[in-house]
Design a binder for this molecule. Sequence first.
Ligand code: APR
Length: 255
Amino acid sequence: LSGVTDELAALVRSASRVAVLSGAGISAESGVPTFRESQTGLWEEFSAEDLATPEAFQHAPALVWTWYRWRQSLIQQVAPNPGHAALARWQRGMAGAGGVLSIITQNVDDLHERAGAEVLAHLHGSIFEHRCAECGKPAELPPPDYDGFTAPPEPEQPPTCACCGAFVRPGVVWFGEMLPMEAFEAASAAVRSADVVIVAGTSGIVQPAASLPLLALERGAPLIEVNPVESDISEVMDFCLRGPAGEMLPALAAH
Ligand code: APR
């Protein structure tokens, strides 16, 4: 679909529990590159998937660390877009009417929060939190002081843990690592009890997040995808809104 039909509008209006799974695509219109787009500058020759692993951090800590600090600085410089704003508005509206809209995100940015929404689960952690790669002790760091848009900095070594001296790492979930259990359980419960599930801006490639929407099938809750192009999970969707989240989510939320 290229727009919200009467059938879809009615469905959304009648739902008192909505669950939304968001991915990198929802932040794309804010200027945060998605994971499977090609990269720029210093990182042109690396794919995000190659950098986001424990092995990469072990072998090239400076490269991986600086890539995350660069993304962090970029995220700090961008603003939420109309897609984030629509979800925040919709969430407040649902709460006011005795319903609930749960936001589950794979994004490590804070753009949902900055738009005024509450996030139920950050499945892949947060780029703003840091901890020791060995002992897990949380580390407080000042924000990066370079410009995330223009000059990717030269790779620099990560800081070290005040307790054990090992490298500090970003508080994100890397490929091959476990998701935070509490977040995943809260997300599963929200999807299981939802009347409607919206999947916005995700390629549906990365497990187990990509399987979450399938839990809606147990209750027969309809699945709505928001993505300009087909994703790996498009075939299980009941409705596919083919357009940018910044246009499609406000259109849905209007109902
Ligand atoms: N609106 C909606 N969707 C969009 C937009 C937009 N404006 N722009 C791009 N998309 C879609 C793309 O078509 C693609 O399907 O967003 C999706 C982004 O896919 P990925 O880059 O794979 O991001 P995501 O699905 O969030 O990746 C999952 O992989 O690298 C790991 O941990 C990382 O959380 C991430 C996970």
